[in-house]
Design a protein around this ligand. Structure first.
Ligand SMILES: [Zn+2]
Length: 247
């Protein structure tokens, strides 16, 4: 069993027995996977304090064929996102990013663009202390990279241009126009928010955060994309509820 090296973002960890940890990871070379870090909870372990949620780490692990859990050998910290999580809003936003990544990204599927997206979003939150634009950007690109972003300009049912507003309901593939909306379409999204989505998310997040204040409609657009993600996952996200309460 060869020892392999990769970079990874730690999505979540939990305790296993007295001294071990299971880490859910998004790795650069093998995509999302889970590994056991034996002895990680011991004071002098080879993992130090590296296996914390959202840490960006360099990781050495043993590949095991046909095994669900890999064995982690050691890790070193490349970049920490711990300090920023002392702000509760940022902590919840970071947990949302981890939860969505864990649910949305298929296991063992390499996705370099999603890996860079995850880092860009975490760094955006760390530098700006803002969560709305980073989360909007994250949702937009995750849906788009997965091929699940609907047409934002036309009605999903009749194909007409949407006009001033689009309407969305859980489980729907896309937005509906005023003529096609039903009692299920509980969410209204303004054309301004949709236009902002289409333009601002094309550049880098850094550029957007540096250039101006968050425009009106960011939260509305963010909630619409959260609805899309939940519809796609066919489940409610725990952290989305927390975000709605706090942010
Ligand atoms: Zn229509």
């Amino acid at each position: 069993m060869p020892l392999r090296e990769t970079e990874a973002v730690v999505l979540r960890t939990h305790r296993l027995g007295e001294a071990d940890k299971i880490a859910s990871l998004f790795t650069r070379h093998w995509g999302r996977l889970r590994g056991v870090a034996a002895g990680a909870l011991r004071p002098k372990s080879r993992f130090g304090g590296t296996l914390e949620p959202l840490s960006y780490v360099r990781l050495w692990l043993f590949e095991r064929e046909n095994r669900d859990l890999l064995r982690l050998n050691s890790a070193e910290l490349i970049e920490s996102f711990f300090e920023m999580q002392k702000d509760y809003r940022v902590q919840v936003a970071a947990q949302y990013v981890a939860e969505v990544s864990e649910r949305f990204l298929p296991e063992r599927e390499v996705n370099e663009r999603a890996f860079r997206l995850l880092l860009a979003v975490l760094r955006g939150m760390k530098r700006s202390g803002e969560i709305n634009r980073p989360l909007l950007y994250f949702n937009y690109w995750l849906l788009r990279l997965g091929g699940f972003l609907p047409d934002l300009a036309h009605c999903a049912a009749c194909g007409r241009a949407l006009g001033e507003e689009g309407y969305y309901g859980p489980g729907s593939e896309g937005l509906l126009c005023a003529g096609c909306r039903t009692s299920q379409t509980s969410l209204t999204v303004s054309a301004a928010s949709l236009g902002m989505l289409a333009t601002r998310c094309q550049g880098t997040l850094d550029l957007w955060l540096a250039g101006e204040k968050a425009p009106a409609g960011v939260r509305e657009a963010r909630r619409f994309l959260e609805e899309l993600i939940e519809s796609h996952l066919e489940r409610k996200l725990v952290t989305r509820q927390l975000l709605a309460e706090e942010v």
